[in-house]
Design a protein around this ligand. Structure first.
Ligand code: AMP
Length: 484
């Protein structure tokens, strides 16, 4: 998963792009990059967080009133600086691009571009094939009579050749700012206009920081091109079949964002309410409810109210330790759970504690936390998870790529409970997940759930774009080649 941003304004955009990327930092900490244009492209990218890549000196060189940026969260490949975005090609015009997602026919596309189209690719980033397919499509149009139609034709070429999930923002030198979202709209992408200033971002939270009020989603299969005269051109390039990633609501997105019309915080509150039913069904009567910070906080609070049990911050997070999941290697992950979280003894001692977390992937976090809370004197430790068991690899950009990674792969809930060492384990049901995230039908109050569809592949293996066994096997191999 990554975060992208694009701005076309009347001011210098460098500082605002960096500010927007800071608001999207949770979407990736492996690399950060910004490209601006003032008649010439100016690029700064590097490995690390936004704060470690940008400084007043390099920011001073990022001049211009239009630009794009990205924070990267690696899923495949070596994660070296060559893979940091933005990428650009010089011809035609000069096109720079960033994306969020994962191109599932990446290897085929890469081979085609290099062997048949004789284009040189320099990285393992899948934005590079997207960029080259787009540039090639644009090249085939009448460059002397450039128009939004030429841009949309080139985007159609991308939709024809690239499969998978991609939310893209691109800058076409001297022409305008472009954004498009794959026909299933798997990854989020939002658009905002404030007078004659324009912004695209992965999540609306970036707009809050930049003073853009009001926004719309880029629709699945849609492209929006804002020309340098400030005119907005929108085109539904392919009929969209919305399947937004449900894991954004469970874990990934910031709670203060709104994605595809659903407020993430509200969705998490509903997940907690639904989970309360499952906890009650199992007859569990905890003395205290403790969220695993940070994502599960909202769900734990609504779960606690629904059960009438007190909520306590019984686990404290050291905010200076990076996300454990992104720390590569199993031993480092277990160690860093302990570095990151510590129990508050007084809140758990002698009590039956219900821990609430958003998901279990490998089980490392749950196992360490359960033991930690037990060591701090809890009588019994229950675990409730706001999502159902994760069982299938995500091929669209979330870092869970191989079946072997999932503790739930071929285990029953009871077996998983034993692995994590809890006295009870409760998962959200699949129906509960869908209904909670979809929310009530507009105009009704919690009575009738809205009918919406999502990408739920990580829970049930139903991939909206379809995926071949060959690709899944290839992913496993690549993953072993570049272990995380
Ligand atoms: P694990 O220890 O492998 O079971 O990971 C589960 C923990 O990682 C949970 O506390 C989640 O909040 C978090 N998590 C789940 N999925 C991801 C992901 N794709 N990237 C980063 N963290 C994640």
């Amino acid at each position: 998963m990554c975060g992208v941003i694009g701005l076309l304004t009347r001011r210098e955009v460098g500082p605002d792009l960096v500010e927007g990327l800071l608001a999207l930092q949770h979407r990736g900490q492996d690399s950060a990059g910004v490209l601006t244009s003032d008649g010439t492209f100016h690029l700064k990218k590097g490995n690390g967080t936004v704060g470690s890549v940008f400084n007043p000196k390099n920011l001073g060189r990022l001049t211009g009133t239009a630009g794009i940026g990205q924070v990267r969260y690696p899923t495949i490949g070596p994660g070296s600086v060559e893979d940091a975005q933005p990428f650009y090609v010089n011809h035609p015009f000069g096109v720079a691009m960033v994306h969020n997602g994962n191109v599932t026919n990446y290897f085929d596309l890469r081979r085609e571009l290099m062997c048949e189209d004789f284009r040189q690719l320099t990285s393992f980033s899948d934005v590079e094939p997207l960029l080259n397919v787009f540039a090639e499509g644009l090249e085939r149009t009448d460059l002397k009579h450039f128009s939004p139609a030429s841009v949309f034709k080139a985007v159609r070429g991308v939709f024809d050749r690239a499969h998978g999930a991609y939310s893209v923002v691109a800058l076409i030198h001297g022409r305008g700012l472009l954004a498009f979202r794959d026909p299933f709209g798997i990854k989020p992408l939002v658009f905002s206009q404030q007078g004659d200033e324009f912004a695209f971002a992965s999540e609306s939270v970036a707009f809050d920081r930049l003073g853009f009020h009001g926004f719309t989603d880029v629709k699945p299969g849609e492209a929006i091109f804002v020309d340098f005269k400030g005119k907005v051109h929108r085109s539904q390039i392919q009929p969209g079949t919305p399947r937004p990633c449900i894991f954004e609501f469970v874990y990934f997105a910031r709670p203060d964002s709104v994605i595809d019309g659903i407020e993430v915080y509200e969705a998490r509150l509903r997940l907690g309410e639904r989970l309360a039913r499952e906890v009650a069904r199992q007859g569990l009567k905890p003395d205290v409810i403790v969220p695993v910070p940070d994502t599960a906080r909202a769900a734990a609070s609504s779960l606690a109210s629904a059960l009438g049990v007190e909520l306590r911050e019984g686990l404290i997070k050291n905010r200076y330790i990076a996300r454990t999941f992104i720390m590569h290697g199993q031993d480092r992950r277990a160690l860093s759970v302990r570095q990151k979280l510590n129990p508050v003894r007084s809140q758990v001692q002698g009590r039956d504690v219900l821990l609430v977390d958003d998901s279990i992937v490998r089980g490392t976090t749950s196992r360490e936390i359960v033991q930690m809370v037990r060591d701090a004197g809890a009588r019994r430790v229950f675990m409730a998870i706001t999502a159902p068991p994760l069982r299938c690899p995500c091929v669209y950009g979330i870092d869970m790529m191989t079946r072997g990674e999932f503790v739930a792969k071929s285990r029953t809930v009871e077996q998983i409970r034993k692995v994590i060492g809890a006295d009870a384990l409760v998962y959200q049901t699949y129906e509960g997940l869908i209904e909670a995230v979809a929310g009530p039908q507009p105009g009704t109050r919690n009575s009738q759930p809205a009918t919406r569809q999502f990408c739920t592949a990580c829970f049930n293996g139903e991939y909206p774009t379809g995926v071949t066994r060959r690709y899944l096997a290839q992913m496993e191999r690549e993953r072993k080649r570049w272990p995380k």
